[in-house]
Write a protein that binds this ligand. Structure first.
Ligand code: TXA
Ligand code: MG
Length: 407
């Protein structure tokens, strides 16, 4: 058995993990589980019908490959060296993890890094996982609950983020419940995800190696590893040209989008310009009265001219480790437009000034603002060259904003 002793096996936590593992082994309905990046929607990566269940629950196009989650290097080794289909087949040499990945695995696993590997002939992986690619992405999560679940299931788990397709990724069990209730049978609740954005996806099979998706591990950290000094950036922010074949297929879809329109201000935006833009939007009679969300990061402390600065100062909510207790602070917006326009509310959030808390609270705040039915969300961007997570944060925000970027 996978648990350490009798005593542990009788605790409620372990009973729940065993129940989840049972579902993963037998059911075609996926199970949601926490990881350190975002919540995942897991299925046995070797069973086609189970993997199809993920696409059904998420309503996600199936040409988007899934990341394989493993609990150990042994599990990965077994995937790279499937048992021969017929006993008479000639002995094939063992395939090992390409050497280029060794320094990355040593330093970042378990953790928020996904590596691209060749899918071996006779692979056990369901074809739906790789969606016709000759490679697969694998990661070993650092979340103990995630690794326990994989271990208890005894199978590699394919798991995309557990949101409905196009929505911001879930960083709490409540987010998953909101998007997928009625579509799945079990969510393992491990509290809020620490990192808050998805894993970094890297391809070391090409020369020089490339970052396919920015995420929890930054480019500066990658460049410190032997063989990764010249790693290139192979992703594009904003709307991808659909004619171009994206190397990381997931990147072409609308992503991370709340219902509301998102207007992203690049970090060089002049405060005066921002204020003017927001004020113009608010007063635009063609749009009519609407509620707005403001997501501040580093600098916007003066209220953008939306309310007297003293009101804003006393109502700014810092969203850091406490996203579980996210509450709203509606602020009546000063009326400068026509006297007949209805009252507008501004929900004003401050994500904190450091990149770690910005990444941690980002998806939660976009989801919270959707709950308040705001029509537009103004977001203060950060410098995407500002180290580890900043590029990942801006990548997600540019996708959420689509074309609406103000520089
Ligand atoms: O942090 C994460 O990675 C989360 C948690 C749940 O582990 N998972 C996640 O999975 O973000 P998903 O399915 O939302 O993202 C998978 C992305 C694809 O969209 C694609 O960009 C890349 O990983 N990917 C997967 N397999 C690939 C492959 N063979 N070649 C290139 N890119 C691949
Ligand atoms: Mg996703």
């Amino acid at each position: 058995e996978w648990w350490a002793d009798e005593r542990e096996a009788s605790t409620p936590e372990f009973k729940v993990i065993e129940e989840a593992a049972n579902l993963l082994r037998t059911s075609d309905i996926p199970v949601a589980f926490p990881t350190e990046t975002v919540y995942g929607l897991g299925a046995d990566a070797t069973r086609s019908s189970a993997v199809q269940g993920i696409y059904k629950a998420k309503q996600r196009p199936s040409d988007n490959p899934l990341i394989i989650h493993i609990d150990s290097l042994e599990m990965l080794d077994r995937l790279l060296n499937p048992a021969p289909t017929s006993p008479s087949s000639t002995k094939t040499p063992r395939i090992s993890i390409p050497a280029i990945y060794k320094p990355l695995i040593d330093r970042f696993w378990p953790g928020p890094l996904t590596i691209i590997l060749p899918n071996p002939s006779g692979s056990e992986l369901a074809p739906e996982v790789t969606s016709k690619l000759t490679t697969f992405g694998a990661r070993m999560p650092s979340s103990p609950l995630a690794r326990l679940l994989i271990h208890a299931t005894g199978r590699p788990l394919a798991a995309p983020s557990a949101n409905a397709s196009t929505k911001p990724s879930p960083t709490t069990a409540q987010h998953v419940h909101h998007d997928l209730k009625g579509r799945i049978d079990l969510i393992l609740d491990g509290g809020a995800s620490g990192v808050g954005v998805e894993s970094t996806v890297v391809d070391g099979l090409c020369d020089p190696p490339a970052i396919l998706r920015p995420g929890g591990i930054g480019i500066d950290e990658l460049r410190e590893c032997a063989g990764w000094e010249n790693v290139t950036v192979a992703y594009k922010d904003g709307t991808l040209d659909i004619k171009e074949i994206p190397r990381a297929p997931g990147m072409k879809y609308r992503h991370y989008s709340p219902k509301a329109r998102v207007v992203l201000f690049e970090p060089c935006s002049k405060e005066a310009g921002v204020t003017k833009h927001v004020q113009k939007d608010l007063n635009d009679s063609a749009i009519g009265a609407h509620n707005i969300g403001i997501v501040r990061t580093r600098n916007w402390r003066q209220g953008l001219g939306l309310a007297p600065p003293d009101v804003v100062a006393s109502t700014v909510k810092t969203v850091d480790a406490s996203i579980d207790h996210l509450t709203s602070f509606p602020i009546p917006v000063q009326q400068t437009g026509s006297p007949t326009s209805r009252t507008k509310l501004a929900y004003d959030y401050h994500l904190g000034s450091d990149t770690v808390s910005i990444a941690h609270g980002l998806f939660a705040v976009l989801r919270a603002l959707d709950e308040f039915d705001v029509d537009v969300i103004y977001v203060e961007g950060i410098n995407d060259r500002d180290g580890d997570l900043a590029a990942a944060v801006m990548n997600r925000l540019r996708k959420a904003a689509g074309a609406e970027m103000k520089v």
